[in-house]
Design a protein around this ligand. Sequence first.
Ligand SMILES: Cc1ncc(COP(=O)(O)O)c(C=O)c1O
Length: 415
Amino acid sequence: MTAMQPIGTGLDVARIRRDFPIFDRPVQGKRLVFLDSAASAQKPRSVIDAERHVYEAEYANVHRGVYWLSQRATEAYEGTREKVRDFLNAAETREIIFLRGATEGINLVAQTYGRRFLGLGDEVVVTQAEHHSNIVPWQMLREEKGILLKVAPVDDSGELDLEAFERLLNPRTKLVSIAHVTNALGGVMPVEEVIRLAKARGITVLLDGCQAVPHMPVDVRGLDCDFYAFSGHKLYGPTGIGVLYGKAHLLQAMPPWQGGGDMIRSVTFEKTEYNELPWKFEAGTPNIAGTIGLGAAIDYLGSIGYEAIQAHESQLLAHAVRELSKINSLRLIGQPRHRSGVISFAMGGVHPHDIGTILDHDGICVRAGHHCAQPTMDRFGVPATVRASFGIYNGRDDVDALVAGLGRVQEVFQL
Ligand SMILES: Cc1ncc(COP(=O)(O)O)c(C=O)c1O
């Protein structure tokens, strides 16, 4: 890259990096090239400050205190619920459940909706490109209830085979649960089509939105999905906080999952009455500061805007695919037509861990492994891949650093 080339395309990447304290200091003596946001994104100062502010100035437990400080904390906590409602365009705040993350959201649906409404021989459809957190909870339900898990194939580019998906749908299909964007390949799934096909048959749909929300606006009402799960830490927010959206009538019909404080209206040893939505699903003291930090992350993203984020990212991805494709020994794993945030690849016979280690010496952070998507690796006949994933602080200079680093991998392994 020459000094004259902008590092951003539509986004002022240099300014955005200044919002993230982690970029202030070198890593291994090098400029930090962070290409692992799909695993967890870095945090802007406003999120860090929001959490610190809670503990320094507005901290108390929520929903219980009659005193001002507790009411203030409750307002901030519940205020975030309204922010998330607006963020997802949900109809009501009671449809927004705060949990630890997407994993917990999917498990909640499996353990409450699944246990209550699915039985022997009922079918759940996932795809071949799911994260383990959208596979294992259904397998656990299979062991407990005797449901069947059906897997819709993806083709060589990582695209869902919609015809094969449709063929799997039958009167026993009770739930379709798929990633909005796949984490190992970065493919944007045709969720509108999937939902249309499922809804025409009265099938409930859960979308795993972990890899979608950092990159594109999501409108749960426009999509008409029944459940939508995501994690705050991939959205530039804190760890330990995530969201499950569910349509109110479904959440109401579902039994609570965990029992304890906050999720009850009244308790005697003979009988307990559960709280109303959304608190019915929020047993115990919640992640108060993390929730408020998530609100700050949503505000921060809002100040940048998805239009600018998407315009920048599509140019950045095109640049990355073009440059990586020039490397002889490099094979892109999956070439989805609609790609978001992620590029996966293999190089010669070199193990991705070796590639990741060499890149690390240059301050370049990529993910090397199966990305919690072993069935996806099996589908593409590789044990693991290198995954470069992009956030709003990545620019062309990061792609160019990656390409230069891969040049060193070629030298070392004489590819
Ligand atoms: C598509 C997808 N679903 C679910 C998860 C699980 O998210 P968490 O570990 O934050 O619960 C991830 C995390 O990588 C993911 O990428």
